[in-house]
Design a protein around this ligand. Sequence first.
Ligand SMILES: Cc1cc2nc3c(=O)[nH]c(=O)nc-3n(C[C@H](O)[C@H](O)[C@H](O)COP(=O)(O)OP(=O)(O)OC[C@H]3O[C@@H](n4cnc5c(N)ncnc54)[C@H](O)[C@@H]3O)c2cc1C
Length: 491
Amino acid sequence: MPIAERRAKAEQRRSLYHEADVVIVGAGILGCAVAVALGNQGRSVILLEKSLREPDRIVGELLQPGGVAALEKLGLRDCLEEIDAVKVFGYDVIYYGEEVRISYPGNAREDGEEPVQKSQTDEMRGTKRKRPEGRSFHHGRFIQRLRQRAMETPNVTVVEAAATELVRCGFTDRIVGVEATVSGREDAFFGDLTIIADGYASKFRKEFRKDLPVAKSKFWGLELIDAKLPMPNHGHVILGDGAPVLLYQIGTHETRALIDIPQNLPSAAVEAGGVKGHLKKVVLPSLPAEVRPSFEAAIDRDRLRSMPNSWLPPTTNKSSGLILLGDAMNMRHPLTGGGMTVAFNDAVLLSELLSPESVPDLADAHAVLKKMRVFHWRRKGLTSVINILAQALYSLFAADDAQLKALQMGCFHYFKLGGNCIDGPVGLLAGIIRRPFVLFYHFFAVALYAMWIYVTSASLAIMPLRLLGSAGVFWKACVVIMPYIFSELQS
Ligand SMILES: Cc1cc2nc3c(=O)[nH]c(=O)nc-3n(C[C@H](O)[C@H](O)[C@H](O)COP(=O)(O)OP(=O)(O)OC[C@H]3O[C@@H](n4cnc5c(N)ncnc54)[C@H](O)[C@@H]3O)c2cc1C
């Protein structure tokens, strides 16, 4: 059958009978990317989204270079244009007022990529190859661009519908679609494959796994207007006595401040003045002086909003006819801004593994499940690095005991050494270096350096005590990272 005729028939099946090869729940970061990737491969796709209005959220506002590269592979790079996005060249880490600049590494390339020739141009920008860049932006504007591209993709139909129930085959228990509410009416959508990408508070996740996301803190968001940042075009991480604060520009005039507040923090308790009181009394004085006026104005002006910072290790999809993806399947602390990079890279990998050449018929549940096992392990090169790094770095940056404080100081001074002590860690964080071994190398190098500083910074009299205590610092480093390594080894 000619392609045009096949497409018209598939479109008719989608609009009249609500049937497609794939039904995707959630037109967020992951859902839009997968819909476009599969639609471009000729699959018939229905993408369901409970609200197509521009979202106003404090999440997903800084995309790492590894995410920009994945967007490029998906043919969605232009979604970063015309949204007043800001270039990001790296980070400025400020530790008790002392700064270290952490630029994305100039010599980095993805595994398998050819070494860079001097004359080579960068396909991302059409210019001579420079250091990789991230982008920061208003989440809602970016999402609307992604949704627009999904709507324009042949073979994809986007419907405003809130999925309510999974539909199972009465004989085989296989998932065959979802029930949904469309304009107040009950309806149903059917697919050979149903992809659940309904985000952090997934309605459907609990049907497939018993463990719940763990959130020990929340990020509280403020939008600063015309803030003066110490290092423009860089994400700022402010470390001090309390949990970390992030600052990054999301538009020409707007800067996002995300303030981590651990559960049951006494200075944020109602009797101590609540979150506003904590922001004014504890956070404000710890910020660089030039940021304080816009931060204080935002506290007085803004509606305070928060999001839980969740940890949810990945699992293999084992259900016939269904795939859980995005935050519904795997989450890490947003400190390192890795969630969208994971989502876009997952979309690239999934579309490669499920391409019509390797799985001609998505109704072939056995073939799909086999590919999902491959997916689980192959994504680890990137995602285990981003997941473990985010969790481990958060433990250090929110240090609340002497050993963690020693590790935090060691980490900052490790960055100050420069060279590979910066390029390695930031290459991992950026989603450019995809080798878990590099992460373990730098993590334990930080631990050893922290021990060295812990011992040598003491006076001669207490040095022997510190020498003994340094074993505790190393032990703490193991306690921090090991659970996350083990969680990544689960199938
Ligand atoms: C505070 C915070 C800050 C973050 N900052 C960053 C950052 O700077 N950089 C970064 O890379 N990552 C960041 N993240 C993580 C990132 O936002 C997520 O990893 C990413 O958005 C996950 O994409 P997703 O498609 O799985 O979910 P989402 O993008 O949340 O999309 C889910 C979609 O599903 C829809 N939906 C939900 N239920 C239904 C239903 N029943 N029927 C139909 N539709 C439904 C929702 O409306 C939504 O559109 C942050 C996370 C947090 C908590």
